[in-house]
Design a protein. Structure first.
Length: 483
């Protein structure tokens, strides 16, 4: 949900938008920050970007890039599940050298961060490594101070436009304080140089499920502690149930309706205390219970930036905050915790602030992917919304296993769902559960974004045999005869 609030009233002599040549300060170098900086430069602004931990932010250095690199390695292990069926002998048990895996993970993250810096500097963005604080007062014609602390002392910047892209950090529980060795957040996992003997994962949301699945197929014993009835409680129910069944088939222990009360170190292991009195013992524990926005102590409320009770920045659909010419993008806003959304929020902010054509953010058209094996990709309207009567839609479902290309590849688990408007046939959304679902969802994303009908999707040629052929087949089942 958006935290929407109207921007504050301002005198007519201070227009809400500024033009090219203006000074823009971006606080935070993650996807929302660096994409905004590039757009601002493209529109002729003078841009300074301040980043405290490394360009790319958590998305590149500790979250998306590292975790998906680790998961990509784990994906290779799942390929062997169909090896004997395909007539391939693996020659014994595959093993993983986690030290090499994590070294590669961190090298790729560092390389991506360096590439971002090179691109920004090549485009003329001034990059400062430091910590920024928003000034409380406005100067003439709306300029605002940003105070930056750096290793060489500091800087005081003046900006007509400020973008906050400070991101979020792993939530830490009072009775499960991470030590970086046995009790860890997802940002600390890459310090391991050997597979955990028994990894206990607390939290069954996207992050917990992805890491639990990855370490399970890499060869670690895994116990997943879920406070809800099922893993991935916010996702398509059938997709979540399938993933949980896959987890169990691969030997993972899933403790449903089990809430962790505390995690404590026990020398060479950990103990996870559950609220019902049970104790789960393991060698390591990953605490994956969400994130908190990095908005404290940087002068936001003093500058008139409204925050929610959770500390997220209140923004509207063009990324404006409640402070004059202060915008925000990414996880600090709590809109959707996706790098793609952060990047779009940042671009929209600069297009709006600098007077370019802009369309407000449409979260209905956001595609999301969960990198389990198989993956879960979603777009648009949910099946639940249709079944609850919120949307007058139709639903079709095809199992991936009946697709000829899937048969050739030995893929047996997964499905494709397509949702359409009952009266117009416009594609409203869909779910894909399959290997590389994040790639397969793109045709449905284009259909939702451009309001294509199921007939238009069905009449587009697809390769035979291909997994995308099932998307056209699903669309054909939703055809309504005319006349």
């Amino acid at each position: 949900m958006f935290r929407v609030s109207a921007p504050p009233e301002t005198p007519d002599v201070r227009p809400s938008r500024v033009r090219g040549g203006s000074r823009v300060v971006v606080i935070g170098g993650g996807p929302g920050g660096y994409e905004a900086a590039l757009v601002a430069r493209q529109l002729g602004a003078s841009v300074t970007l301040v980043e405290r931990s490394g360009l790319g932010g958590a998305a590149v250095l500790t979250d998306v890039v590292p975790s998906k690199t680790l998961i990509a390695t784990a994906e290779w292990m799942t390929i062997t599940e169909s090896a004997s069926e395909l007539g391939i002998s693996t020659g014994g048990t595959l093993t993983v050298d986690l030290r090499v895996v994590n070294q590669r993970v961190l090298e790729l993250a560092a390389r991506q961060s360096a590439d971002i810096r090179e691109r920004l500097e090549a485009e003329g963005v001034r990059v400062l490594d430091g910590v920024a604080r928003l000034g409380a007062s406005l100067h003439d014609r709306g300029a605002r101070e940003v105070v930056v602390g750096t290793t060489d002392g500091g800087h005081v910047l003046e900006a007509e436009v400020v973008l906050l892209a400070t991101g979020a950090s792993p939530r830490v529980l009072p009775d499960a304080a991470p030590d970086g060795e046995r009790i860890m957040t997802w940002a600390q996992l890459y310090r391991l140089d050997a597979l955990p003997e028994h990894l206990v994962v607390v939290g069954s949301g996207v992050t917990g499920a992805e890491f639990a699945g990855a370490y399970n197929v890499l060869g670690a014993r895994v116990t997943l502690v879920s406070s809800r009835d099922r893993v991935l409680p916010g996702e398509d129910e059938e997709a979540a149930a399938l993933i949980e069944s896959v987890f169990r088939r691969r030997g993972m222990t899933v403790l449903s309706r089990s809430r962790a009360a505390a995690v404590r170190r026990t020398g060479d292991g950990v103990e996870v205390l559950l609220t019902d009195g049970r104790v789960v013992r393991g060698s390591h524990c990953l605490v994956a219970v969400g994130a908190v926005p990095n908005t404290a102590g940087i002068g936001l409320e003093e500058a008139g930036v409204q925050l929610t009770d959770s500390g997220h920045v209140v923004v509207d659909r063009v990324s404006r905050t409640t402070a004059f010419r202060v915008y925000a993008a990414g996880d600090c806003t709590g809109v959707m915790p996706l790098a793609s959304v952060a990047a779009m929020q940042g671009r929209i902010a600069m297009w709006h602030a600098l007077g370019d054509a802009v369309a407000p953010l449409d979260t209905h058209a956001v595609a999301a992917n969960i990198f389990t094996a198989p993956e879960i990709a979603t777009i648009g309207t949910s099946e639940r919304a249709i079944r609850d009567g919120e949307v007058d839609g139709r639903i079709t479902r095809l199992p991936v296993a009946r697709n000829p290309r899937a048969k050739m590849l030995g893929i047996r688990e997964g499905f494709i769902k397509v949702f359409s408007d009952r009266s117009t046939g416009v594609v409203l959304g869909g779910v894909v559960v399959a290997p590389r679902a994040g790639e397969l969802i793109v045709p449905l994303t284009l259909a939702v974004t451009n309001r294509l009908t199921v007939d238009q999707v069905a009449n587009a040629f697809t390769i035979y045999p291909s997994l995308t052929g099932s998307l056209s087949e699903a669309a054909r089942t939703l055809h309504t005869a005319q006349g």
